[in-house]
Design a protein around this ligand. Structure first.
Ligand code: CP
Ligand code: NVA
Length: 285
């Protein structure tokens, strides 16, 4: 695999391979036998804020022997309108790899095509593949496998994280139940293209019923700040809390990609009761 641009573009074998590789990397952390990025420089080109993704990539690249260069898009000519395909052709001649966080999925795809260097999607409006790989790894650590799994995604079913969950469910064959207000449900075309055991409802309790994982993400994704008040009203009732958890399977995991907004997509007590799982997700990035 040269690039990691989306879950959509991965096969089940590749996803399972990444989960297995994650386990090896985690267990050998600090004493890796090989440093495959030695003498390499990798750029992190970010157009949006980040804590987990930025830090995990900067640390990971260093631990594998490479040097990361963090470039806020606003600080480079990209932010002043230089086309992505020109930025990519320059960086492709100077760097060994790139990690891109931006808005349009096409920009990451174009960067990969025009740069010719390994390119990783660190979040776009369409997908957040590295998050979902880390989450699948976390579930595998805590549950043993993805066999027979039912995941309930509560909240913005049309956001990047939900979309990557849809592709992951389709590829890996587990059940995904999405509960979202009508205006924030994933488009039918996406559901048809992905296939798999994915259901969509307006009813949070219906999605949560029997779930082994209750998962949520922010109501207001980056770039949607103008809609914050509208979304806050629309998403009332789409919160992970004790009463929703009562509908789930016994000992269900509560997961959140973070950052979390208590009192919105999750309540304080439920967040803190499941903090060990949630911060394990972050560690596994
Ligand atoms: N979950 C996640 O991607 O967090 P950051 O936005 O902090 O990178
Ligand atoms: N859906 C969120 C994920 C944050 C990690 C966003 O795009 O802001």
């Amino acid at each position: 695999m040269k690039n990691l641009l989306s879950i959509e573009s991965l096969s089940a074998t590749e996803i399972r391979g990444l989960i297995g590789e994650s386990a090896v990397m985690k267990s050998t952390r600090g004493r890796h036998a090989a440093h495959p990025l030695r003498h390499q420089c990798w750029a992190l080109v970010f157009s949006k804020s980040s804590t987990r993704t930025r830090v995990s990539f900067e640390v990971g690249i260093r631990e594998l022997g490479g040097d990361p260069i963090f470039l806020a898009a606003a600080d480079i000519q990209l932010g002043r309108g230089e086309p992505i395909k020109d930025t990519a052709r320059v960086m492709g001649r100077m760097l060994h790899g790139a990690v891109i966080r931006t808005f349009d999925q096409q920009d990451v795809e174009d960067f990969a095509a025009f740069s010719g260097i390994p390119t990783i999607n660190a979040l776009t409006d369409a997908e957040h593949p590295c998050q979902i790989i880390a989450d699948l790894f976390t579930i595998t650590e805590l549950r043993g496998s993805l066999e027979g799994l039912r995941v309930a995604f509560i909240g913005d079913g049309d956001c990047n994280v939900a979309r990557s969950w849809i592709w992951a469910a389709a590829r890996c064959g587990f059940e995904l139940a999405i509960a979202s207000p009508e205006k924030f449900q994933p488009p039918q075309g996406l559901l048809d293209a992905a296939g798999g055991k994915v259901s969509v409802t307006k009813d949070s309790a219906e999605a949560a019923a029997g779930a082994h994982v209750l998962y949520t993400d922010v109501w207001v994704s980056m770039g949607k700040e103008d809609e914050a008040a509208y979304r806050a009203a629309q998403f009332q009732g789409y919160q992970i809390n004790a009463s929703l958890l009562a509908a789930a399977a016994p000992s269900a995991l509560v997961m959140h990609c973070l950052p979390a907004y208590r009192g919105k997509e999750i309540d304080e007590a439920t967040f803190e009761a499941h903090a060990e799982t949630i911060f394990r997700q972050a560690e596994n990035r």
